[in-house]
Design a protein. Sequence first.
Length: 154
Amino acid sequence: MVEKNKILDCNKMDLSKGEAVIAVKKPIPLEVHFAKEDGTVETKEGSQPCKAGDAIMTGTKGEHWPIPLADFNKTYEVVDKDKGLYAKKSMEVYAREMDKPFTVNVSWSDKPLVGKPGDWLVQYKPGDFGVVDKEIFDETYNIIGKNTPLLRSE
């Protein structure tokens, strides 16, 4: 029996093979600045380390999160460089609204992210996850379909 208040470890999940929706981030321009030195960023999920050169995003609710520069360059495009505005490139992700507290490791930090009931677990690619607050997910993502994994015979 699972303990009622147990925190779910989502690191082994593969949302492409389970209950999830397929979503696309809306192309909302977000403010970005680049870290001048190594440090930490206070995110909704707790303090997270950043390295010099990492992109520090400011979300629609004033929340912040770091993105390693190489990942940032692959997934964001310039909207207005002079104003420091960038938007996420269109890409499909798997997402699942969680009904229990959960944790997930991320590729860019040794510290896991901690989500609360109602937050969304977002899978960008196998083993690459994020946590998105429910209100922020609803504002910044479009759900385009439901994941329907193929049924396999044993």
